[in-house]
Ligand binder design. Sequence first.
Ligand SMILES: *[C@@H]1O[C@H](CO)[C@@H](O)[C@H](O)[C@H]1NC(C)=O
Ligand SMILES: *[C@@H]1O[C@H](CO)[C@@H](O)[C@H](O)[C@H]1NC(C)=O
Ligand SMILES: *[C@@H]1O[C@H](CO)[C@@H](O)[C@H](O)[C@H]1NC(C)=O
Ligand SMILES: *[C@@H]1O[C@H](CO)[C@@H](O)[C@H](O)[C@H]1NC(C)=O
Ligand SMILES: *[C@@H]1O[C@H](CO)[C@@H](O)[C@H](O)[C@H]1NC(C)=O
Ligand SMILES: *[C@@H]1O[C@H](CO)[C@@H](O)[C@H](O)[C@H]1NC(C)=O
Ligand SMILES: *[C@@H]1O[C@H](CO)[C@@H](O)[C@H](O)[C@H]1NC(C)=O
Ligand SMILES: *[C@@H]1O[C@H](CO)[C@@H](O)[C@H](O)[C@H]1NC(C)=O
Ligand SMILES: *[C@@H]1O[C@H](CO)[C@@H](O)[C@H](O)[C@H]1NC(C)=O
Ligand SMILES: *[C@@H]1O[C@H](CO)[C@@H](O)[C@H](O)[C@H]1NC(C)=O
Ligand SMILES: *[C@@H]1O[C@H](CO)[C@@H](O)[C@H](O)[C@H]1NC(C)=O
Ligand SMILES: *[C@@H]1O[C@H](CO)[C@@H](O)[C@H](O)[C@H]1NC(C)=O
Length: 592
Amino acid sequence: MALCRFFALFLIHICLLWSLCLAEDPFAFYDFEVSYITASPLGEPQQVIAVNGKFPGPVINVTTNYNVVVNVRNKLDENLLMHWSGIQQRRSSWQDGVLGTNCPIPPKWNWTYQFQVKDQVGSFFYFPSLHMQRASGGFGSFIINNRAIIPIPFDTPHGDIVIMIGDWYKRNHTALRRALDTGRELGMPDGVLINGKGPYQYNSTLVPDGIDYETIEVQPGKTYRVRVHNVGVSTSLNFRIQNHNLLLAESEGSYTVQQNYTSLDIHVGQSYSFLVTMDQNASSDYYIVASARFVNESTWKRVTGVGILHYTNSKGKAKGPLPEAPNDEFDKTFSMNQARSIRWNVSASGARPNPQGSFRYGSINVTDVYVLKNKAPVTIDGKKRTTLNGISFVNPATPLRLADQYKVKGVYKLDFPERPLTGPPKLETSVINGTYRGFMEIILQNNHTKMQTYHLDGYAVFVVGMDYGEWTENSRGTYNKWDGIARSTVQVYPGAWTAILVSLDNVGIWNIRTENLDSWYLGQETYIRVVNPEQTNKTELPIPDNALYCGALSKLQKPEDISSATSIRGYTSKLLFTLMMLACAAMSILSY
Ligand SMILES: *[C@@H]1O[C@H](CO)[C@@H](O)[C@H](O)[C@H]1NC(C)=O
Ligand SMILES: *[C@@H]1O[C@H](CO)[C@@H](O)[C@H](O)[C@H]1NC(C)=O
Ligand SMILES: *[C@@H]1O[C@H](CO)[C@@H](O)[C@H](O)[C@H]1NC(C)=O
Ligand SMILES: *[C@@H]1O[C@H](CO)[C@@H](O)[C@H](O)[C@H]1NC(C)=O
Ligand SMILES: *[C@@H]1O[C@H](CO)[C@@H](O)[C@H](O)[C@H]1NC(C)=O
Ligand SMILES: *[C@@H]1O[C@H](CO)[C@@H](O)[C@H](O)[C@H]1NC(C)=O
Ligand SMILES: *[C@@H]1O[C@H](CO)[C@@H](O)[C@H](O)[C@H]1NC(C)=O
Ligand SMILES: *[C@@H]1O[C@H](CO)[C@@H](O)[C@H](O)[C@H]1NC(C)=O
Ligand SMILES: *[C@@H]1O[C@H](CO)[C@@H](O)[C@H](O)[C@H]1NC(C)=O
Ligand SMILES: *[C@@H]1O[C@H](CO)[C@@H](O)[C@H](O)[C@H]1NC(C)=O
Ligand SMILES: *[C@@H]1O[C@H](CO)[C@@H](O)[C@H](O)[C@H]1NC(C)=O
Ligand SMILES: *[C@@H]1O[C@H](CO)[C@@H](O)[C@H](O)[C@H]1NC(C)=O
């Protein structure tokens, strides 16, 4: 008791003196055991990556300001890093789970992520970021709820439904990797999964017997929040629910102007929330469909995910043809206009209480302009590679952030060009020199015939414009300077550009990449390095105690303490106590 009281006083004392103290906010603990399991999503058994035996993995469901602790245990036969897509990891790229910031977790090892989710409310997901592992699974939903005192711009929904959609191959990620390594393309996927399951047999020619499909049960008359994530390899998907309106409410942490869609294109890596009211008469079940887009739909028919929306009072099975996808084969502006119609509800409080410094991003002066152009794959040194501005990124053996911390020289160059290079393409570890507190304009120019989506870690970006053709200075005249959506993943149409603005207020080294796994694997990424020139511990958290070491620093790595890694039960209160002590101690040391 006395110890407790002392501890409580100590805690309050610390927290009052230094309001940075993490411990005033609750903790949420997760244990993730990442392993292979056998599943047959498309009717044939294959090894998929599961988290705690589940495919997709469990939902992380927390409230903003929580400290999230995830102990990730690697039971795969290769290295692992778990990445928290769209989670901003404010002040701590140490927890981002990509090769530029973290040494990988070797097989049989575990590593504990700890980070605070702050200033974010919405729908995100996690996935393993190395070796194309996402193509075999390992993903799951990551929900951040509002605190009770922060209102949301719609009535509390009756329920929360997570739908993970994505193209899928019967070949596993190692086989897909081998294809890319030998210069081949991945080719047409074998199907689309909905929550790890194959399609409902809506057509016996296209869908074989005996496939387990996803069924979502709902109550008539109620409104649900349906969170949809495209976790696939490379295919843009059109999402729709037969006879139901999708009222768009949120995208990757920003509340949108609420509008009804009969279907929406969801590109690889993107997340949306829809409010769906079960207002039909339940004369039958309804189809939930995710079908391939921007491909020859007559040959890609089987690349269609079909699940079932089942009312509790349903009178029968879903039957007949699927609801139609947009018929826009000869109208390439249809999808882009739909994307432009997704706007930010600037009066909705809460999702992000304005870390960008101003809701009026249109009046902030731009400090740096980067045009990042990707092309069709090229051959460099006899290997097929993808590029940004003529540079194919090579991951260093020593992570960039770790190299900075230990002043290891020669790991990377801070010379990423502001415009595409004109010379021959090259392999480099070249990084963007970000200006701390600068306001960067990035134009993503897709000089390829395939759709690309781009993701920036650590930030939400304002999507201010997109159009076909080559971006020029004059294109700025078309920018949305008022209510462009703030999000982390944006699509760039083939032969088109997308412009984003970002306030570089989050210190760290942050990955900017294509989410299309094949292009990413072949080098279409880089990092933005954001350093506060002032020496302070306030804008970036110190390197975590459990940091792994590799590359030039591998000598610093202690062998894993196997004894402490054996039991994961019954440690919560002890660990909580220890973590709070550590957090407070660290913070108090830090503040001097
Ligand atoms: C992946 O598939 C290959 C065959 O293409 C097989 O040899 C390998 O064992 C598989 N890996 C896993 C982890 O299932
Ligand atoms: C591995 O897990 C154990 C508990 O199961 C924990 O005590 C230990 O700190 C973890 N190791 C790392 C590096 O996170
Ligand atoms: C925007 O948010 C406000 C405040 O929460 C809400 O009242 C309004 O209905 C929303 N507007 C639209 C168009 O979604
Ligand atoms: C997440 O948690 C909230 C509140 O604790 C709950 O209402 C919601 O149903 C949960 N969502 C999921 C998908 O588990
Ligand atoms: C099933 O799909 C095939 C191939 O697309 C098509 O020819 C056939 O008409 C479909 N059957 C039904 C019942 O819709
Ligand atoms: C969306 O559609 C529903 C019917 O499904 C309707 O009640 C609602 O008013 C529509 N909302 C908007 C913003 O158009
Ligand atoms: C139920 O709704 C469907 C589609 O709107 C309609 O075709 C059907 O006639 C309705 N059935 C009843 C029993 O109202
Ligand atoms: C789509 O594929 C079919 C079958 O291979 C072919 O006949 C058709 O011309 C293709 N359509 C387009 C627009 O390329
Ligand atoms: C932006 O730049 C213009 C001229 O270069 C200057 O007049 C204005 O004050 C600047 N605005 C801000 C917010 O700094
Ligand atoms: C990076 O940018 C800063 C200004 O933001 C500048 O002082 C520094 O010299 C740049 N570094 C390199 C290597 O260009
Ligand atoms: C790629 O860029 C070249 C040169 O600007 C242009 O002629 C070509 O149309 C572009 N292709 C695409 C798909 O954007
Ligand atoms: C930051 O914290 C570290 C320990 O975590 C300490 O060694 C260092 O001196 C601190 N730096 C400053 C500028 O406070």
